[in-house]
Design a protein around this ligand. Structure first.
Ligand code: 1GP
Length: 237
């Protein structure tokens, strides 16, 4: 099971590659073997064929590829698994259960390993795409108990991961205190992403008990410093 394999690699680093942003895969390729997994997802899927994009990644590395879907249109049998997300922090039924139901038969036919994931949007200091598109309000940064309650609800609903998301390009990553509080409240693994720009940001979230971090924007803007991060992170394991 891919899920069990991922857990063996904690603390781990996931890269987020957004096909609509057309990342330079050849330039990023040398860093791929050092990643725990590669997430593929986007808001719209406007510019590329998802199958082809994942095939290109797969031709460069054996690192597992997980779909991190922005909507029901993002299913591809070329990946290894899919984070079956429910945006539990919001009260928009489309992202709580609507898109999930629209995607299930395609997911079943794809043979992808399905990893149920409670997805919590946390205020990140600016207005992010995920907030706009999901039409939901993020959990306030200074209210760790609200994040704890939602994370525990994810666990009680039987989800296998909790993802604390500040939003791609967030000015401020999920607060360390919130990561620590959520970690204390749940037993299932915890992912933290959004706005992680410095090695210290990542290290402090791992120290607070997160199992996996997700890095997106930094990889696209500065692939070389990302490779430097990966080198430093090997020392954390
Ligand atoms: C978004 O958490 C990821 O879902 C990545 O965020 O682009 O800010 O690294 P960044």
């Amino acid at each position: 099971m891919l899920y069990d394999e991922l857990l063996k690699k904690r603390p781990g680093v996931f890269a987020l590659l957004d096909p609509d942003r057309e990342p330079d895969l050849d330039r990023l390729g040398p860093a791929f073997p050092h990643l725990t997994a590669i997430l593929v997802g986007t808001s719209y899927l406007k510019s590329r064929n998802l199958d082809t994009f994942i095939e290109q990644i797969k031709s460069l590395t054996s690192t597992p590829v997980l779909i991190f879907p922005g909507g029901a249109n993002q299913v591809s049998s070329r990946a290894d698994g899919i984070l079956f997300l429910s945006l539990l922090s919001g009260r928009n039924p489309q992202y709580l259960i609507g898109d999930q139901v629209r995607a299930v038969f395609r997911i079943r036919d794809s043979g992808l390993e399905v990893i149920p994931t409670g997805y919590l949007l946390i205020e990140g200091g600016n207005y992010t795409s995920v907030e706009y598109i999901s039409n939901t309000r993020p959990i306030p940064r200074n209210k760790p108990e609200i994040a704890e309650a939602h994370a525990l609800a994810a666990q009680y609903l039987g989800m296998k991961l909790v993802y604390l998301e500040a939003g791609s390009g967030a000015e401020l990553p999920v607060p360390v205190e919130m990561v620590r509080a959520v970690r204390r409240s749940i037993d299932i693994p915890l992912i933290v992403g959004g706005g992680l720009k410095r090695f210290e940001d990542i290290q402090s979230r791992f120290e607070a008990g997160c199992d996996f971090v997700v890095i997106g924007t930094l990889i696209e803007r500065d692939p070389d410093s990302f490779k430097g991060f990966i080198e430093q992170m090997k020392g954390l394991r």
